[in-house]
Design a protein around this ligand. Structure first.
Ligand SMILES: Cc1ncc(COP(=O)(O)OP(=O)(O)O)c(N)n1
Ligand SMILES: Cc1ncsc1CCOP(=O)(O)O
Ligand SMILES: [Mg+2]
Length: 205
């Protein structure tokens, strides 16, 4: 299913003091296209938390996406998965998740990676990081010009990395259809206000 333009939330387990579901609900109430569950702390998925997040997403008409592990995404009936360059086989993921699933792939600043991902079955591609990220400090930097070049691919383009309400406009202007945001939404008390401001950027067209 094609992702609409807007906010792509990344709920990162490691960045949160606790699993503040009430905060997540307030952010979702501002209108997110999708929410990714990302947990780099353990290989053992927290099924209770996943179920809670999934239920919140359903209630807010937000697609629920699992990072790294397409098997887990299939097992819990998520709406999709996000795979990095070494997170498994994209064609296998598409076959397991079905044609309606949202399947995204990280391409850093490489259009050739995006082309390969789309040929293998991805339906959207992600570039970045564009700004310094506390969530993934070692992510390699990318130039926003890649977003403009990626428009030629004709699929939803996601930008990620250190994005907040102050710096997102430049990435949207460069060609991003979605901004993937973690800490500015989920590790700060003003996350709901940030979501409101980000949405307003997309409403401008
Ligand atoms: C929307 C989105 N884009 C990129 C990433 C990064 O994925 P990856 O390169 O596999 O790194 P990890 O997030 O797994 O550390 C992402 N998660 N989401
Ligand atoms: C997963 C990931 N991949 C590149 S940057 C990043 C982290 C995004 O989180 P934040 O919005 O807090 O920088
Ligand atoms: Mg990954």
């Amino acid at each position: 299913m094609t992702l609409a333009r807007g906010i792509y939330g990344v709920y990162d387990r490691g960045g949160l003091a606790d699993d503040a579901l009430a905060h997540v609900a307030r952010v979702l109430a501002e209108g997110l296209v999708c929410l990714q569950y990302r947990d780099k702390r353990t290989d053992a998925p927290d099924h209770e938390l996943i179920a809670d997040l999934q239920a919140l997403c359903r209630a807010h008409d937000t697609r629920f996406i699992i990072n790294d592990d397409w098997r887990l995404a299939a097992e819990v009936g998520a709406d999709g998965a996000h795979l990095g360059q070494s997170d498994g086989d994209i064609a296998q993921a598409r076959a397991a998740l079905g044609p309606a699933a949202s399947l995204g792939v990280s391409c850093q600043d490489r259009l050739d990676r995006a082309q390969r991902a789309l040929a293998a079955g991805a339906d959207h591609v992600s570039f970045g990081r564009f700004f310094v990220s506390t969530t993934k400090p070692d992510a390699p930097p990318a130039d926003p010009a890649v977003l403009t070049r990626a428009r030629s691919l004709g699929v939803p383009i996601v930008a990620i990395g250190g994005i907040n309400a102050e710096n997102a406009a430049s990435l949207i202007a460069a060609g991003a259809d979605l901004v993937a945001v973690s800490s500015a939404l989920f590790a700060h008390a003003d996350g709901p206000a940030t979501a409101r401001r980000l949405r307003a950027l997309f409403a401008r067209g």
